[in-house]
Design a binder for this molecule. Structure first.
Ligand code: FES
Length: 200
């Protein structure tokens, strides 16, 4: 009987320890979940990117010739971009050959309009060239600056290609922010709120 009582006590002790371990584990999980939730709420823009960046049809692949480009406003009215078929696969490119890209054409130096050049002495491939102070952007490699005073690449429009129809849509805008809109935030979707969005 004494031995049974001892076993009961040790079993109780084991159950207590097991319960405490499980409770502690649960508390840690809840604490981590709480921190994650607070962090997420701090980083989430006041408006979801889908509200800032509408999905707009820009062109059909059949309408684009190599080195031919079309301009369009996005995501705000009056903010011009070009969509171009470069003829070689490019960073962020869509379409059967991965060579269709779109960029803001507002120069990141002082806001002049950037033109398209099928070849340029500063790039191995097609370029965006600003006539004002000579900034040159490499359109095959994310419009990185290869010449001139521009401090940042041209913002790239995120494109979506529909295989079944050949339609190409603008669905977002990557960093940096379009020249003239930077608020000091590092969040492009926040910077571009407040203007008049383009609509289909
Ligand atoms: S505005 Fe384009 S280089 Fe100065």
């Amino acid at each position: 009987m004494g031995q049974d009582g001892g076993r009961d006590q040790s079993e109780d002790e084991l159950s207590r320890r097991s319960f405490l371990k499980r409770s502690l584990g649960l508390a840690v999980v809840l604490a981590i979940a709480g921190v994650a939730a607070v962090t997420k709420s701090l980083w989430t823009p006041s408006s979801a990117p889908t509200e800032v960046f509408p999905k707009i049809k820009i062109a059909n692949i059949a309408d684009l010739q190599t080195n031919g480009y079309v301009t369009f406003d996005y995501p705000l009215q009056g903010e011009s971009n070009m969509i171009v078929k470069l003829g070689e696969a490019a960073t962020g490119g869509v379409g059967p050959d991965g060579d269709v890209v779109a960029f803001s054409i507002v120069c990141q130096h002082l806001g002049c309009v950037v033109g398209y050049e099928a070849s340029n002495s500063h790039t191995p491939g097609p370029a965006g060239a600003c006539p004002c102070h000579g900034s040159v952007y490499d359109l095959v490699h994310g419009a990185k600056v290869v010449a001139g005073p521009a401090p940042r690449p041209l913002p790239q429009v995120t494109l979506q290609f529909e295989n079944s129809t050949g339609d190409i849509y603008a669905v977002g805008m990557g960093p940096p922010t379009i020249f003239g809109h930077n608020t000091g935030s590092s969040d492009v979707s926040y910077d571009l709120q407040g203007g008049t969005p383009v609509t289909q």
